[in-house]
Design a protein around this ligand. Structure first.
Ligand SMILES: [Zn+2]
Length: 181
C-alpha cells in the first residue's frame, strides 16, 4: 500500500484512539511493515481490531494487523475466488475440493428438510473433518435413495453418486430435463 494509504489508516486509528501519536517516524515505521499488503486487507483487520479492543490506551501494532494476511505479490501468485454457495473467499488451488464439499453440504441441508423434516445449518457440517463428512454424506445418499419416490429426483441422485465416484451417469441430462417438463 502507498504511504498516503498508511496515513489514512493511522488517521482512522487516531479517530478511535485519540491518544495515539501519529508523527513522521511512526508513519515510516508502519509503512515499512505494511507496504507489501493491500490497503483493503489491512483496513478490514483494523476494523476487526477496533471492534474487539475498547481500551483507549491500547493500539494495534502493524505486525498484529498483517498477521495471517497474504502480501499483494502472494495473492497474485495464488488467486482467490468467491464461493457462490457460502460466500467465502477460497484459494483457486483448493477451490474444487471446497466447492465439492460446499455444494454437497447444501444438498444435505436441502434434502434433510424436504424429505426428513430435519433442520441443519452449514455450521453443523463444517465442524466435521473431511472423513467424517463424506462418511455421513454417502450414508445419507443411500438413506435418501430408499426414501425418494419421485423417480426424477431418484435418477438425479443416482447420477450424482455415480459421477462422484468417477462412473458414468445412468440417465442423460436431456432425459432428466424432459421428465421435469
Ligand atoms: Zn463455499
Amino acid at each position: 500500500m502507498e504511504i498516503s494509504e498508511t496515513r489514512n489508516l493511522l488517521q482512522r486509528l487516531k479517530t478511535y484512539k485519540q491518544s495515539f501519536t501519529l508523527n513522521a517516524s511512526v508513519l515510516t515505521e508502519w509503512q515499512n511493515v505494511v507496504e507489501e499488503f493491500s490497503y483493503n486487507d489491512i483496513n478490514s483487520k483494523l476494523s476487526e481490531w477496533l471492534k474487539s479492543n475498547s481500551n483507549n490506551y491500547e493500539y494495534p501494532s502493524p505486525y498484529e494487523l498483517t498477521r495471517g494476511l497474504s502480501t499483494i505479490a502472494e495473492k497474485e501468485l495464488n488467486p482467490h475466488v468467491l464461493c457462490p454457495i457460502c460466500g467465502k473467499i477460497i484459494s483457486l488451488t483448493t477451490f474444487d475440493n471446497h466447492f465439492d464439499r460446499c455444494s454437497s453440504t447444501e444438498y444435505l441441508i436441502r434434502m434433510n428438510i424436504k424429505h426428513f423434516n430435519r433442520t441443519f445449518t452449514m455450521k453443523d457440517f463444517n465442524k466435521l473433518s473431511d472423513i467424517q463428512f463424506w462418511t455421513k454424506y454417502w450414508e445419507f445418499c443411500y438413506l435418501l435413495d430408499e426414501k425418494l419416490s419421485n423417480s426424477n429426483e431418484k435418477r438425479c441422485l443416482a447420477n450424482a453418486v455415480l459421477t462422484h465416484k468417477g462412473g458414468k451417469p445412468i440417465t442423460t441430462a436431456a432425459a432428466i430435463v424432459e421428465a421435469m417438463q
